[in-house]
Design a binder for this molecule. Structure first.
Ligand SMILES: *[C@@H]1O[C@H](CO)[C@@H](O)[C@H](O)[C@H]1NC(C)=O
Ligand SMILES: *[C@@H]1O[C@H](CO)[C@@H](O)[C@H](O)[C@H]1NC(C)=O
Ligand SMILES: *[C@@H]1O[C@H](CO)[C@@H](O)[C@H](O)[C@H]1NC(C)=O
Ligand SMILES: *[C@@H]1O[C@H](CO)[C@@H](O)[C@H](O)[C@H]1NC(C)=O
Ligand SMILES: *[C@@H]1O[C@H](CO)[C@@H](O)[C@H](O)[C@H]1NC(C)=O
Ligand SMILES: *[C@@H]1O[C@H](CO)[C@@H](O)[C@H](O)[C@H]1NC(C)=O
Ligand SMILES: *[C@@H]1O[C@H](CO)[C@@H](O)[C@H](O)[C@H]1NC(C)=O
Length: 249
């Protein structure tokens, strides 16, 4: 009896951790719905509640303005934040794990890193806690042009390099032991950011917590969407308990 329950739990659990969190083959929003799924290109991520693709889906389709996405001139899916103005390319959206995978758009987005405050937008860094820190940026002279500051301790922001200088970021509590005071000038401290943001080639994973759609999308197999005529209540369309509706705080 107990053993069967354990096995059931193990199977259920393993089916959750299989890396299919981005698979999107459960229920779908009806095609004739105002808020039917859209994307910027056939290979682009599918956009639906809580997100909204501006220009392709009406305003009420997104949860709020923070979830608005754009298609750019190359049909890429773009998340733009306004304060500071930064652009991210959206590579994948997992509605089940409430996670969005982004890359920095071209054009040195990190030059506005000083003002980035993730707590002011509706996303959170999903990286492990040890990667999330305040970073201090330094402008370091390259005494002769073949000196490179390379170390486990600091990350280069190469788009901020100027001739003879390069810009390095290091977790704020490392700053003293890791850089030469003679050659490096402190620029500023950041807010809490994930080290992932300095690795341009890698994806940055961001999660969102509201609206709380996981239980609908994961456990009920439905599609989370705004309850018609409400501001912040959600329905689990096609879910096992659809007719009861759901509420979010
Ligand atoms: C999104 O993630 C899934 C599963 O990890 C993967 O198969 C798919 O290729 C990804 N899509 C993009 C555009 O990266
Ligand atoms: C989604 O597809 C994967 C394989 O691509 C499959 O294992 C899984 O059972 C499917 N889920 C649903 C709800 O159809
Ligand atoms: C973008 O998509 C439109 C409509 O599908 C297509 O006509 C256009 O060629 C695409 N542009 C690029 C740069 O892929
Ligand atoms: C780094 O310092 C040099 C010399 O003062 C300056 O020209 C350059 O603009 C600085 N770089 C940044 C990103 O501020
Ligand atoms: C480093 O190289 C740049 C351009 O190649 C040059 O302008 C500068 O004078 C050099 N600096 C040193 C210290 O050699
Ligand atoms: C982002 O999430 C995906 C899917 O869970 C994972 O495969 C990837 O390693 C994560 N990336 C980082 C930088 O944590
Ligand atoms: C939403 O409500 C409005 C008015 O209450 C109604 O006209 C509309 O048909 C409803 N839409 C759906 C999809 O139920």
């Amino acid at each position: 009896m107990e053993i069967w329950r354990l096995i059931t739990v193990a199977i259920t659990f393993s089916s959750l951790v299989i890396p299919e969190i981005f698979a999107n083959n459960g229920s779908t929003v009806p095609r004739d719905d105002d808020c039917a799924e859209e994307n910027c290109s056939p290979n682009g991520p599918i956009v639906r509640f809580p997100f909204r693709l501006k220009g392709k889906q009406p305003e009420n389709c997104g949860y709020n303005a923070g979830y608005e996405l754009n298609c750019d001139h190359m049909n890429r899916t773009v998340l733009e934040i306004s304060s500071p103005s930064m652009k991210f390319l959206v590579k994948n959206i997992s509605y089940k794990s409430q996670m969005i995978q982004v890359n920095l758009a071209e054009g040195c987005q990190l030059k506005r890193l000083r003002d980035l405050d993730i707590s002011a937008i509706q996303f959170q860094f999903s990286s492990p806690a040890y990667m999330v820190d305040r970073y201090t940026l330094f402008n370091c002279s390259l005494v002769n042009n073949n000196t490179r500051y390379s170390s486990y301790w600091y990350r280069r922001i190469s788009c901020l390099d100027t001739p003879g200088y390069e810009v390095l970021a290091t977790a704020s509590n490392n700053e003293i032991q890791s850089l030469s005071v003679d050659l490096c000038t402190k620029m500023y401290d950041t807010n809490l950011v994930s080290a992932e943001i300095f690795e341009m080639k890698n994806m940055l994973n961001l999660t969102w917590s509201l609206p709380r759609c996981k239980s609908c999308e994961v456990h009920e197999g439905g599609i989370c969407r705004r309850k018609n005529g409400t501001n912040n209540q959600i329905d689990c369309y096609g879910g096992k308990t659809y007719k009861f509706g759901m509420h979010v705080s």
